[in-house]
Design a protein around this ligand. Structure first.
Ligand code: UDX
Ligand code: UDX
Length: 441
């Protein structure tokens, strides 16, 4: 099929390349000219495992093309996915300016039936607004009085792609959610995803939008729940890692997303939780659980900072090594990363930060001032009074911890991800502090 994707960021680009991989002919659009130029020459501007190779393959075969023109992208395609950013406004509500602009631009260029598909996470009822924008902006030749003579549909097909494993998640989805208002839209979207042979859940538009809200918010709730449990573990001498394992065997609960740590970050959970709370408020419901999820997440970062202050004693003029800056491993994404909050708080108290991340340093340099960025983990550890593990990159598992200890001024580790084996590090002479690891530290 001929498909178009508008917005070539983390979500749009993965979707485009993977749709080419399953046999479609894809035109991918973005209003960022530099990005499109880079993509045309086969350069992937983000770090996402597996994406470079697939892009190179389908650029060569001509199954994927890039443009800055929405009109050009939409011309041939029947199905158009919208994957532009939906940032948060100051009040937490989603800012849908880009979505409206894209819908207007598509309408102006429409001359045949189109199916517009929301891929970006948007508040429920956005589909109705997109449809209205299309009707209002269609050229006069497609209108008879108040009536629109050109057929189109709007659908919702939320993404469930985790950065770092987005290609894998696309190819092997747990489910594909399709929110449609017509049989034609359902048939087209089923055809798009047919090669994946996945479970397809078909609903109306608003229900699909709600599935996305509810899924991400539930995952965020799981994380805040285990982080709350971790707080108590610390106080009563229990180990949250074992608690999560013991809970996780229960099929009704599951072990996934029960990793205690410095809280969730990234471009989705913080923004999506805020947007869901806002949507609930607008509809007259006070979503207390989700407000607490958010509070717990903030508290988790603060309590990590308090722990460092407590154990390190004086922060001023101390040298603090940071391993990992990205909001999670296997990505270069720094959006709402916990490292930003932790580093800024310690800098405000006079600490000198020496940091290393395998992929996120170019993005981190734009967001963090006064940090010494190092070329490897050992350079970051050199002369440090303590080491903070903030992102769980595999590379740190392979690090020579004896060498690290010898390079440091004080062998103290604060493990924000419960990534290291507390016992092993203890035997190597480190003072180890994890999250919720009472009796084990
Ligand atoms: C975005 C949304 O933020 C998220 O809520 C949603 O679930 C998926 O889409 P992401 O792909 O991570 O997530 O964002 P980003 O990497 O910023 O990509 C958005 C792209 O859209 C950028 O490349 C930007 O240049 C482009 N864009 C933005 C347009 O092409 N046109 C616009 O009008 C605005
Ligand atoms: C999320 C959704 O999982 C995905 O389906 C899609 O909707 C986009 O948003 P992403 O933000 O890329 O994906 O990463 P995810 O793996 O969900 O992690 C989000 C944050 O939660 C990260 O900061 C991660 O470190 C944290 N996390 C995750 C925990 O703190 N504990 C866990 O057990 C799992």
């Amino acid at each position: 099929m001929d498909v178009a994707i508008v917005g070539s960021g983390y979500v749009g680009l993965v979707t485009a390349v993977c749709l080419a991989h399953i046999g479609h002919s894809v035109v991918c659009c973005d209003n960022n000219e530099d990005k499109i130029k880079a993509l045309k020459s086969g350069h992937v501007p983000i770090y996402e495992p597996g994406l470079d190779d697939l892009l190179a393959k389908y650029l060569k075969s001509g199954r994927i093309a890039f443009t800055t023109s929405i009109g050009e992208a939409a011309k041939k395609a029947t199905v158009i996915f919208i994957a532009v950013g939906t940032p948060s406004k100051k009040n937490g509500d989603a800012d849908l300016t880009y979505i409206e602009n894209v819908a207007r631009e598509i309408a102006k260029n429409m001359d045949s039936y189109k199916l517009l598909v929301e891929k970006s996470t948007v508040p429920a009822q956005t589909g109705d607004r997109i449809a209205r924008t299309i009707r209002l902006n269609l050229p006069a030749r497609h209108k008879q009085g108040k009536n629109v003579t050109l057929e189109f549909d709007v659908a919702s097909n939320p993404e469930f792609l985790r950065e770092g494993s987005a290609v894998e998640d696309f190819m092997h989805p747990d489910r594909i959610v399709i929110g449609v208002e017509s049989k034609r839209a359902e048939r087209l979207l089923r055809e798009v995803y047919k090669p994946l042979k996945a479970t397809v859940v078909v609903t109306n538009l608003a229900t699909a939008e709600m599935i996305k809200h509810a899924s991400n918010s539930f995952l965020a709730t799981k994380i805040s729940f285990i982080n709350s449990v971790a707080q108590i573990c610390e106080r009563v001498g229990a180990d949250v890692e074992k608690v999560a394992e013991g809970m996780g065997y229960d099929k009704r609960i599951g072990r996934a997303f029960l990793n205690a740590g410095i809280g969730y970050g990234g471009s989705c959970f913080p923004k999506d939780v805020d947007a869901f709370v806002c949507l609930a408020e607008k509809s007259g419901y006070d979503f207390k659980i989700l407000k607490s999820v958010r509070d717990v997440n903030e508290h988790q970062r603060e309590s990590f900072i308090r722990l460092i202050e407590d154990k390190l004693w004086i922060i001023k003029d101390k040298t603090i090594a940071v391993w990992g800056l990205a909001f999670k491993s296997n990505t270069d994404d720094m959006r709402s990363a916990a490292s930003l909050t932790v580093i800024e708080a310690l800098q405000n108290e006079g600490a000198n930060i020496q940091a290393y991340d395998p992929q996120a340093m170019p993005n981190a340099k734009k967001m963090l001032k006064g940090v010494k960025f190092c070329h490897d983990p050992y350079a970051a550890a050199k002369g440090a009074d303590c080491l903070l593990l903030l992102t769980e990159w595999d590379e740190f598992k392979q690090a020579d911890m004896i060498k690290t200890r010898e390079l440091m001024r004080q062998a103290v580790i604060f493990d924000g991800r419960n990534f290291f084996d507390a016992k092993v590090l203890g035997e190597l002479g480190f003072e180890y502090y994890g999250i919720g690891r009472g009796g084990n530290a």
